[in-house]
Design a protein around this ligand. Structure first.
Ligand code: IPD
Ligand code: CA
Ligand code: CA
Length: 265
């Protein structure tokens, strides 16, 4: 299945590059006021779903744009373009993200960033790779030495509590912050040591599942803001492992402060 996954995600990547060559003609619509979907997202997901259904007709599929396709114990989780805003604006930080679950455990993952020429892959228990070369998280162990990425899905989804207070608290502590525009790329950049971590709220399984396995297999951690998995995807903290506790402490301090303020008479 790993070879099949690499084959279809590379072909999907080439599809995005073909669309990218004629962005001026790309049909784009709003799912929500800041949430875009393009004809490329739909075409890529249709391609991936059809290839998977042809090869593995009894597998389930969950795609961001086409939803649930029922099946057995295996489930393919697809984000056809993670970072549609980046893609539509001609920026390279976008990816195709595919995870394969067996009995709800992610066993195989691939994140293809075609405009960056990078294919990240991982198989549970067998390490993480970029273009076939092994990758590992960075050794940096202090937030003050770290660069982290984040995103603001919470603003797009008009969530009550947004990431902005955490961003305002975390940024002066960190060496620097990045906002690339693809959660999957952010997790892979953490896996290969270009970032020490990534945090975001209000994500979905298809944004995170593949990048989380790649990060885990590269020696990192991906949890909710409390270090568990109960609130995963609504809360995502992916790090090199070394800064995880310190990062959780900063986030907890912000949330406690807001809770106290809200409860004050
Ligand atoms: C988005 C990207 C972005 C993140 C958003 C996601 P999409 O995925 O991952 O970096 O900040 O929250 O929704 O919508 O382009 O597939
Ligand atoms: Ca996404
Ligand atoms: Ca998407």
């Amino acid at each position: 299945m790993e070879q099949f996954l690499k084959e279809i995600i590379l072909e999907a990547g080439q599809m995005t590059l073909d669309f990218r060559a004629r962005l001026d003609k790309l049909a784009v619509r709003r799912k929500m006021d800041k949430d875009l979907v393009s004809e490329a997202d739909v075409a890529v997901e249709d391609f991936l779903v059809s290839r998977i259904q042809k090869r593995y007709p009894d597998h389930a599929i969950f795609g961001e744009e086409s939803g649930q396709h029922t099946g057995g114990q295996y489930r393919w989780i697809i984000d056809p373009i993670d970072g549609t805003t980046s893609f539509v604006h001609g920026q390279p930080y976008y990816s195709i993200s595919i995870a394969l679950e067996q009995a709800q455990n992610t066993i195989l993952a691939a994140v293809n960033a075609p405009a960056l020429g990078e294919l990240y892959t991982a198989r549970l228990g067998h390490g993480a790779f970029v273009n076939g070369s092994p990758i590992h998280v960075s050794p940096r162990s202090r937030l003050s030495d770290s660069v982290m990425a984040t995103g603001f899905a919470c603003i797009r989804r008009h969530s009550g509590f947004t990431n902005l207070p955490i961003f305002n608290r975390m940024t002066p502590i960190l060496r620097d912050v990045r906002r690339y525009g693809s959660a999957a790329v952010d997790l892979c950049y953490t896996a290969c040591g270009r970032l020490e971590g990534f945090w975001e709220m209000d994500l979905k399984i298809y944004d995170v599942a593949a990048g989380a396995l790649i990060l885990h297999e590269a020696g990192g951690r991906c949890t909710d803001f409390s270090g568990g998995s109960a609130r995963l995807y609504n809360e995502v903290l992916g790090t090199n492992g070394h800064i995880h506790t310190e990062a959780m402490g900063v986030i907890a301090g912000v949330i406690e402060g807001i809770d106290k303020k809200n409860k004050a008479p």
